[in-house]
Design a protein around this ligand. Structure first.
Ligand code: GLN
Length: 463
């Protein structure tokens, strides 16, 4: 459990985390380390404890920060050359809230550039390796954060999840990951990907730690108008009280195209839920098969719009060679973005262009509404839904990097709840024969995030 323990010196905690980060350097969890500042903060906290001052619930607890969060400490790159050498002018609300409780950021975790991807292979700074198998990907886009928790470098790490970027790497590395209800945590100060579905969450080793971190980060923020009034209670209802809930096991995601070992582990997780007192029943939601298509129209449209601000004029990278203003834009964007970023900008502008807008963007938005309606209907009968996080365990580095469609297919099970703004968590659900972790995904109605955590906790209690 994460607790601010006054008997252990913050300096020792931070040193230990930094040493572990060095020990596991070859996994490439981090883009940059925050060593000097982290130790300085730790010393300050130890001094304040010595003076008997109140130091907060996370005093001295080291954490890793996905490198698309802005902070005065270090530089935010979003793993793209476009933001290389970019000192953040502001600090993200989520980061400020953690700092106010005494948490200490030890380094900036690797990601797919601009959070576009499912493997962290799209990072300008190189790939992150899976904590359980060096030859495999850590997942993405928050691969560095997930691996850092799985390797035991830190007890928690921040991520962002637009269509699975926390849940999928959590499942690939065997840790907990949460994509909260849209609007739970302020997005202020986080590099925008797709604004109608960007959510901020974290990775931990258990449900209670996740609850603690989320209770600190969540809440209304005047700087993000989509934030909800704080609905997060400090304490997690214990698993037993959460009994007698009905859970729908999504049958559409257990058959064709799903690795049999993944299906088996998720079914085993369902059995554990039954043992904990829940009623589990198979449910079919045929509309879910359209989730991926909806996401890969809506999301690139929003990406194209959000990334238009990177023009080489105001901040970030600027091409050294250009003939005129258009050339400056073109060369800057060509040099600054990774191939996957460019692909999304092109798809996005295409689906938004006049003549195609109705056929693609508008149609996708209409289908999105149908998807939301289907969830609403199913939640009249079930308190939560269960399915895999991804169709297969972590794949080999390089296996899908030249096949964008195969890479997008990885997201088939994680994007539907994102399109509906629903909370979803990834919980460790066992391993394959080869020792690769498999994650189970629990999905609930809006603002039922803590209920999902209590369900996970009741399974944890069986261990
Ligand atoms: N893997 C998904 C994508 O590539 C999700 C990314 C994310 O959640 N940031 O779009």
């Amino acid at each position: 459990m994460i607790t601010a323990n006054k008997d252990i010196k913050a300096v020792d905690l931070v040193r230990e985390a930094l040493e572990k980060a060095k020990e596991f350097e070859e996994y490439h969890c981090f883009i940059s380390m925050n060593e000097a500042r982290a130790l300085e903060h730790a010393r300050e906290i130890d001094e304040r404890i010595a003076r008997g001052e109140n130091v907060g619930r996370l005093a001295g607890v080291p954490y890793a920060l996905k490198d698309n969060y802005l902070s005065h400490e270090g530089e935010t790159t979003a793993a793209a050359r476009m933001l290389d050498d970019f000192p953040s002018p502001i600090t993200a609300t989520a980061v400020a809230k953690l700092e106010a409780e005494g948490a200490i950021m030890i380094g900036r975790a690797n990601l797919d550039a601009y959070a576009h991807g499912s493997s962290t292979e799209n990072s300008y700074f190189g790939v992150t390796h899976n904590a359980h198998d060096m030859e495999r990907v850590a997942g993405g886009s928050s691969g560095g954060s997930a691996a850092a928790v799985a390797l035991g470098i830190v007890q928690f790490a921040l991520g962002s999840d637009t269509g699975g970027s926390i849940r999928q790497p959590a499942s690939y590395n065997g840790v907990y990951g949460i994509k909260p209800t849209f609007g739970t945590v302020s997005r202020y100060g986080v590099v925008a990907m797709a604004s109608s579905t960007d959510t901020m969450g974290c990775f931990t080793n258990n449900a209670d730690d996740m609850n603690l971190i989320m209770s600190i980060m969540s809440g209304k923020d005047a700087k993000d108008s989509t934030t909800l009034d704080d609905f997060w209670q400090e304490k997690l209802e214990d698993g037993k009280q959460a009994e007698k809930k009905k859970i729908g096991l999504i049958s559409d995601f257990l058959g064709d195209g799903v690795d049999p070992e993944v299906a088996k582990n998720v079914r085993d997780y369902a059995k554990k839920l039954e043992k904990a007192g829940y009623a589990v029943e198979e449910v079919s939601m045929p509309i879910l098969k359209y989730g991926l298509a909806i996401y890969y129209v809506v999301q690139p449209a929003e990406v194209a719009s959000n990334l238009s601000r990177y023009d080489g004029i105001r901040y970030g990278h600027r091409a050294a060679k250009f003939d005129d203003l258009d050339g400056l834009y073109a060369n800057t964007r060509n040099e600054g973005f990774m191939p996957e970023n460019k692909r999304r900008i092109m798809i996005g502008n295409f689906v938004l262009s006049s003549g195609f807008f109705d056929a693609y963007y508008l149609k996708a938005q209409k289908a999105r509404t149908l998807l939301i309606n289907a969830y609403n209907e199913v939640f009249e009968k079930y308190d939560a839904l269960l399915c895999p996080v991804a169709p297969a365990p972590a794949f080999k580095i390089g296996e899908k990097v030249n096949d964008p469609l195969a890479m997008y297919m990885e997201d088939a099970m994680s994007v539907p709840p994102s399109m509906a703004g629903l909370p979803a968590i990834s919980v460790p659900a066992g391993k394959t024969k080869a020792g690769l972790p498999v994650g189970a995904q629990l999905i609930g109605q809006r603002q039922s995030d803590q209920m999902l955590l209590s369900i996970a906790k009741s399974v944890e209690e069986q261990a």
